[in-house]
Design a protein around this ligand. Sequence first.
Ligand code: SF4
Length: 257
Amino acid sequence: MAATQVHKRLFVGLLLFALLVLSGGAFVLWTLIFGRAGTALRDVLLAGEIGFLLLVAVGAAGLAAMVAAVLLRRPLRNWQRVVHMAVELLFPLAVGLGRLLSIDRERIQSSFIEMNNFLVRLIGRRVEPPRILVLLPHCLQRSKCRHNLTNRVQNCRRCGACVMTDLLNLADQYGAQVVVASGGTGARREVLERRPAAVVAVACERDLSSGIQDTGRLPVLGVTNLRPHGPCRDTTVDLNQVRDALETFVRGRQVVH
Ligand code: SF4
């Protein structure tokens, strides 16, 4: 079984677990409403029950659409919005439940990124290279380098001392835009200002998973950085994965793993 399949299953499994927990909450409320609750309390419980049922309905529809896309290998298209809402609703609960089961948060986030990439690749949207934004974290830059890339990526001298040289050369080769963001807020601002049609984002699991959720329907392919010196310092990235993500958008082919 491919590792990526295992990855996606973890995310789907935890979303399903979260959905079951919500359904259990709805059931408990239901029994209270039709139990011995007084009239005033019953109205409050009824409002809560309607809220729970709405959450369960959206979560179930989104999860079913996601599983159907994986099994049939068909793009979501009209169901994208529902899936996005389901993920927004269930993901925090899924992470909490994962922690109860001693599943590492990073593993869950990585599984979500895997699922996102799979769904984006299924759609196989073709994007003109200048409308692709390669979004890089500043921790890829050598910590001893004195050039400020977050203001202007062209400040990099491409000296070869860190992976920035290869990344900038790669982006030039494809004609894509590149930006180095100083953090999650900076990355969101760049996306809002530049309005790209697609994003290839490099970051840690935490920043990637929150960033992907924030960008809504904008297709984002996430590439997790490598951290041989620990988090947020002198990180690097597998260039083949970045190239593969760029190829996916430039060629619009359906590369699904
Ligand atoms: S390639 Fe050289 S100039 Fe560019 S960020 Fe890395 S160390 Fe600095």
